[in-house]
Design a protein around this ligand. Sequence first.
Ligand code: NDP
Length: 281
Amino acid sequence: MAPQAATRPLPEPMDRYVVIGNPVAHSRSPEIHALFARETGEPVQYERLRVAPGDFARAARVFFAGGGRGANVTLPFKVDAFAFSDARTARAEAAAAVNTLSARDDGILGDNTDGAGLVRDLTANLGLALGGARILLLGAGGAARGVVGPLLAQGPARLVIANRTPDRARALAERFGGLGPVTGMALDAVAGEFDLVVNATASSTRGEALSLDDRALRGCAFAYDMAYGPSAAPFLARARAGGARVSDGLGMLVEQAAESFLVWRGRRPATAPVIAALRAA
Ligand code: NDP
């Protein structure tokens, strides 16, 4: 009898995803999505794609034409991704920025999962109740713009947006004024009491000082920095000195990724083990 050829199961074809940015080497998204894929058994392959400034649309077109299923988009391309999308979700329209692109039969859908990620980290992971809270949001850049709508949807007593360039904060408050009690002002003019302070400026990531009066942090119950790891430490130390509980933005990073995974694969991965694994790494 002829020996039987060993049968090996054929490898399942993988669906391709990327994170597009510049720089992008530091991104932890491939690590996060690899953990989600392992946990859910979804055939997801996720890589980094560094794109030169001005080259976003061409690079994204090539990726999707080659069969790519979806992309996360990070600095400095979230506005380019908004323009690149054939259609957009309501939350991407509100944020005027896109961090999640999906290939659909009728074109590329742009979404924004940053706000959902922040709110989920604050409420589900950190146990904060945002209804009736007095919230101070520092910064008026892309990240801030993505979270104003979802924060207002939680029904805070008030949301104050404070920015180094005050006109940007005022413009943002005006844009979202129909959704709840939101005002904009200069960063160095903030006083008053807040239950929650969210640092959405790039000061931590850049290692720069934040011209915020300590009075703004006094009496604050919780302070959150969207930056994560050692770069968030100086801001969080200031807040802790004022008596606040604190968190960096690692949970937001994982939660916005889980929301993207849900958009792409139709299922939400568990995030707690991934946050724990990243903290331990
Ligand atoms: P942008 O470049 O769009 O905006 C930067 C903002 O920071 C502006 O409001 C700017 O003020 C302000 N800023 C910069 N430097 C200083 C400083 N030294 N003092 C005071 N304000 C300053 O960046 P993004 O909004 O996209 O990102 C902001 C931060 O959020 C980054 O650290 C980013 O890594 C983090 N992030 C984290 C996410 C997560 O999942 N954890 C997701 C998205 C972002 P001005 O208008 O005056 O220039």
